[in-house]
Design a protein around this ligand. Structure first.
Ligand SMILES: N[C@@H](CCC[C@H](N)C(=O)O)C(=O)O
Length: 291
């Protein structure tokens, strides 16, 4: 029987990024990729983009080790919107205003943002090396890489910037983020052989030095109304190209995020809301073997 059967969950969203939070710090059970897929897609399940599973802390001073599952059952190293949802749950129950968590990508600090409904997550330092992202072959300069789709002499999308925010991101710079069929091109690019661990695919438009609009096709989850780590990756990539300042407002289909690429330690801070929708317990029938 799945460790999730009968377990409590909270359905939340981070500006439209569909998130399920499960606190398993009191349980020895382990969530499997099959469990994660069943929650997202079985009849009577709880559709989500990411499932955030809190496990017993492995390090002193941390609240939890957090495993992050995409709705296809794959695991991710980072999920900015999901982290704000986790933080809201923890702060709401304990009254704390700061916390440290561990994920597969490392330690991560979070605190109550400048207003009561805002949460800031320190997403750590971006990585730009081709092996860190990772890419399948060497690119010395990852501000733009050679990659395109469409006719060779008239590409539809080309020359993305690539960044790791604990997970791989490719950002295509465009004039209008809504002018492309991201549902069609997203899976092609996510699974392009240049990305051995697949990639999150973003279309971004630089409005001015302090504003960017963007849409993302998420690795392992598909089209989303918001992706926090993609917002961080996009802000960093634009600043690295000297096209924006290091502090920007990002507009995503689901809402806005403030992103600051801090000069003093290279860390990327993401600030935004997190919304509680409802809570419940997982029906054991979700995890019953088929047949
Ligand atoms: N929605 C997330 C990112 C989730 C992980 C991503 N799909 C991946 O596999 O890297 C966010 O808000 O950062």
């Amino acid at each position: 029987m799945s460790a999730l059967a009968n377990h409590a969950f909270a359905k939340m969203n981070g500006i439209g990024n569909e998130i399920v939070v499960v606190d398993m710090r009191d349980s020895a059970g382990k969530v499997t990729p099959d469990d994660a897929r069943a929650v997202a897609s079985a009849e009577g399940g709880v559709p989500y983009d990411q499932l955030m599973v809190l496990q017993k802390p492995r390090l002193d001073g941390t609240e939890a080790f957090i495993s992050i599952y995409n709705n296809d059952g794959s695991e991710a190293g980072a999920c900015g919107n999901g982290m704000r949802c986790v933080v809201r749950q923890i702060f709401g129950k304990s009254g704390q205003t700061t916390a440290t968590f561990e994920t597969a990508a490392g330690l991560l600090n979070a605190w109550q943002g400048p207003a009561a409904d805002l949460y800031t997550v320190d997403m750590g330092a971006p990585k730009f090396g081709w092996q860190d992202i990772p890419l399948a072959e060497e690119f010395r300069d990852t501000r733009y890489i050679e990659l395109q789709i469409g006719p060779i002499d008239k590409p539809i999308l080309h020359s993305p910037s690539v960044v790791s925010m604990g997970n791989p991101h490719a950002i295509f710079w465009v004039d209008d983020v809504n002018a492309y069929d991201l549902e069609r091109f997203g899976p092609l690019l996510e699974n392009h052989p240049i990305f051995p661990e697949r990639a999150n695919i973003t279309l971004a438009h630089i409005v001015d030095r302090e504003h960017i609009t963007m849409r993302t096709w998420e690795r392992g989850a598909g089209l989303t109304r918001a992706c926090g780590s993609a917002a961080c990756a996009t802000a960093v990539a634009a600043a690295r190209l000297k096209r924006t300042d290091r502090k920007v407002e990002m507009t995503l289909p689901g809402g806005k995020l403030g992103i600051e690429w801090r000069e003093r330690d290279d860390h990327v801070l993401m600030t935004g809301t997190a919304t509680f929708e409802y809570e419940g317990n997982f029906d054991p029938a979700l995890f019953a073997p088929a047949g």
